[in-house]
Ligand binder design. Structure first.
Ligand code: BGP
Length: 488
């Protein structure tokens, strides 16, 4: 008798992923300090398709701080997960979640970032939250920094440009790993660490006026180096303090196709691929890859490193590689080639073979299979898809139902391709769909770009009851988990 092939291994970690700054709210409660995300104004609707992420100056941040009208800063209020997490976790339990990815808001633990003594109220909040997950048999995955750093570190120190921030982060990481080591088995260092290339402020805390001689790339890679060292320090702390746990890196997973078979287009695609691989190469292999030397010299980049950095990077390798995956991109030898694709983050060429979301993100399930294979071939380390999903407008029917078949289609196709990657031989630990409960969008700061299986009654202006309700996709994903991905 032929053995039935099971696509997803026993113990596969199905679940959902979130970030503190997009769900918690309570931005000034419990001793929390302000983070850079608390001062980011939404991208105005007319700029939505351009996906221009804010890169403010110190003065613009100060102006934002003077703005008392909280409506402009929806992330400050999130979906009030801070107060409603028990109700929400009960729904995740009903979905059958094996795991749930949260991030710790650094500013709840160290409100300004440069304190020595942590804020006990903040630590106690995550104790309660983690206990609730553990009580419900949901394995927490904890991101140490998800697009959030104390605003004070950004304004007064220059964000990740400043070497001192490495030590502040290391102290923060060591504090939370020590505190939660008996509750957390999976840690992630920086969310989408490579996104600093496109959003120096959100990802790196860098303000426009702190960039010397207008060389944004110089600033970006200097800050990135500090994050890579900080990440190595967190890995060291985790291996020392919680040897039973695993800690991974996390990248914005991007696959870059050449616009045509022209050899220079193919080369451009490879160069763009380095925007993902540089960061994983350092964290998995423990040293700077050879291809950065020429890139740095051609762009006048001189990364300052301390003598101990090489050793730190080499000795503290991550246990797994996690990634988000939303879209693929197209690269060409000249900027002007091809038709523009609004909204794609790292490139702007349209792929004629793909459909796009309402925000122009080009949907490419097969690209996920290819990318997983590329990463696994390169590192032979376990992989974890910790974000994937479709941001879409949802329509609530008169009877309160929400028929989100488009979301089901998107997720189904991506899960199918993960199944294919597993059959290809890729070691995949799990899958956490992005925003299992509607949350404030990272790029638009709006509610109307929704990802959830669970609907939250809240609009872009902050009006609504915050009531949670189940979409059609809720029952679909519940069945996917129940059958370990056999029924899609
Ligand atoms: C990733 C981020 C998330 C998230 C997601 C969807 O890049 O890690 O924080 O929000 O993208 O993006 P958006 O909310 O802009 O649709």
């Amino acid at each position: 008798m032929t053995k039935q092939f099971t696509r997803f291994p026993e113990g596969f970690l199905w679940g959902g992923a979130t970030a503190a700054n997009q769900i918690e709210g309570a931005y000034n409660i419990g001793g929390k300090g302000l983070s850079n995300n608390d001062v980011i104004e939404r991208i105005k609707p007319e700029n939505r398709k351009k996906l221009e992420l804010p890169f403010p100056s110190t003065e613009e941040v100060r102006e934002a701080l003077r703005d008392e009208d909280n409506r402009h800063f929806p992330k400050r209020h999130g979906i009030d997960f801070y107060h409603r997490f028990k109700e929400d976790i009960a729904l995740f339990k009903e979905l059958g979640f094996k795991t749930f990815r949260i991030s710790i808001a650094w500013t709840r633990i160290f409100p300004s970032g440069d304190e020595q003594v942590p804020n006990e109220q903040g630590l106690a909040y995550y104790d309660e939250l983690l206990d609730e997950l553990v009580k419900n048999d949901i394995e927490p995955i904890v991101t140490l920094s998800h697009y959030e750093m104390p605003l004070h570190l950004s304004v007064e120190y220059g964000g990740w440009l400043n070497r001192k921030v490495v030590d502040y982060f290391a102290h923060y990481a060591e504090t939370v790993i020590t505190r939660y080591r008996h509750k957390v088995k999976y840690w992630v260092t920086f969310n989408e660490i490579n996104s600093i290339i496109m959003s120096p402020f959100i990802s790196g805390g860098i303000l426009r006026d702190k960039v010397k001689d207008g060389n944004v790339l110089q600033a970006t890679y200097q800050a990135a180096h500090h994050q890579l060292v900080a990440s190595a320090k967190a890995v060291e702390a985790c291996h020392r303090l919680a040897p039973q746990a695993q800690i991974g890196c996390m990248v914005l997973g991007m696959i870059n196709y050449p616009n045509t078979p022209h050899p220079e287009d193919v080369r451009s695609a490879l160069m763009d691929q380095h925007k993902t691989f540089f960061f994983t190469d350092v964290q998995v292999r423990g040293h700077y890859p050879f291809y950065m030397n020429r890139f740095f010299s051609e762009h006048n980049i001189r990364v300052e490193m301390l003598p101990e950095d090489a050793h730190l990077l080499k000795e503290n390798l991550v246990d797994f590689v996690s990634l988000s995956y939303y879209m693929s991109t197209v690269a060409a030898r000249t900027e002007s080639a091809g038709e523009k694709a609004a909204g794609n983050i790292l490139t702007n060429l349209k792929n004629p073979y793909l459909e796009a979301s309402d925000w122009g993100w080009q949907i490419d399930p097969v690209g996920l299979r290819t990318l997983l294979n590329m990463l696994y071939e390169r590192y032979e380390k376990p992989l974890f898809v910790v974000e994937n999903g479709l941001g879409a407008f949802d329509q609530v029917e008169e009877d309160g139902s929400i028929h989100d078949s488009y979301r089901i289609d998107y997720l189904k196709q991506h899960i199918e391709q993960m199944g294919e990657a597993i059959r290809d031989g890729v070691d995949l630990m799990g899958y956490t769909a992005w925003g299992p409960i509607d949350l404030v969008s990272f790029s638009t700061s709006e509610m109307s770009k929704r990802y959830g299986f669970i609907y939250v009654d809240l609009d872009d202006e902050g009006n609504g009851t915050l009531k949670r309700s189940k979409k059609d996709s809720f029952y679909w994903y519940q069945r996917v988990i129940e059958t370990n991905g056999e029924e899609l």
